[in-house]
Design a protein. Structure first.
Length: 287
């Protein structure tokens, strides 16, 4: 039984090791993707923001190329009409979409195979014999007889129409989306600023109320300063002392204070300092 139960922990440890390795690979891949995004985003984001303008610029370049092709075709037609000559040509193998190669013999007996091919070659097949019109001064300038720039005007015009039909809606749609996103970001920023200002104002008001409540509980500093006597100043008399000083002095008490008779008939005077001194009798004064 022990031998049968022993492989289970080994299998569990292997699965745990495989999961650990898989997790490590996933984390490494995630870090690699994060680094790649950090490198590409600074380059890609400006291009994404300028994407509407780039689409319109590309459409403009395509239109310019089409216009230049038409202008060149009309110029070549004018040169061929000015020095026109007709010959029989054979369509050569090796032609492709960009050019159709032909070979013909001029009136001077020269065999010519233009590198640019023949103009307006639509429908021509290798080995076909076709009549061509060329410029006698420049035999490389050759076109199929009876065709001119009007044959290429329709395809180029359709191409330009399709280009702008796609570029304008896409460009303006992307630009409108960017403007709406910018407006939303600006509105969110203004709301955040207003919220921060309101929070700061309420915090200041709460702090002011707390300060006022603390001042009322402790007392104003001016009152404490007024209640504290200055150094060297006499302390104010209490209410009882003031009341005692304001009461009238008794006549008998006054008489006792100014002078009191002793048991022998002598009068004893009491000075304000409280010392007793014997007063002179009238008989002594008479003697």
């Amino acid at each position: 039984m022990r031998h049968l139960a022993s492989p289970a922990p080994v299998r569990i440890r292997r699965l745990h090791l495989m999961s650990t390795v898989t997790g490590a690979n996933t984390s490494a891949t995630g870090r690699l993707l994060d680094e790649l995004a950090g490198l590409l985003l600074p380059v890609v984001m400006p291009l994404v923001r300028r994407l509407p303008a780039m689409i319109l610029v590309l459409a403009g370049l395509i239109s310019l190329m089409g216009v230049l092709v038409l202008v060149g075709a009309h110029r070549d037609d004018a040169e061929i009409r000015a020095h026109s000559a007709v010959a029989t040509a054979e369509v050569l193998p090796g032609s492709d979409f960009s050019r159709t190669l032909i070979a013909f013999t001029t009136a001077k007996g020269e065999t010519v195979s233009p590198e640019r091919g023949v103009f307006y070659p639509r429908g021509l097949q290798p080995g076909q014999i076709v009549r061509v019109e060329y410029d006698s001064t420049h035999p490389d300038r050759v076109r199929v007889l009876g065709r001119d720039a009007s044959v290429g005007s329709l395809p180029i015009g359709l191409m330009l129409l399709v280009t702008w039909a796609i570029a304008l809606p896409v460009g303006f749609s992307l630009r409108g989306r960017q403007l709406r996103r910018m407006e939303a970001d600006r509105l969110a920023a203004s709301i955040a600023e207003a919220t921060a200002a309101a929070t700061g104002g309420s915090s200041a008001a709460s702090a002011g109320k707390a300060a006022k409540a603390g001042g009322a509980a402790v007392g104003e500093p001016g009152d404490a300063a007024r209640d504290t006597p200055e150094p060297g100043a006499p302390e104010p008399a209490s209410a009882g002392a003031v009341a005692g000083a304001s009461e009238p002095v008794d006549a008998g008490a006054g008489a006792g204070a100014s002078g009191a008779e002793t048991s022998g008939g002598d009068r004893v005077s009491v000075d304000p300092a409280g010392e007793r001194s014997p007063a002179k009798s009238p008989s002594t004064d008479a003697a």
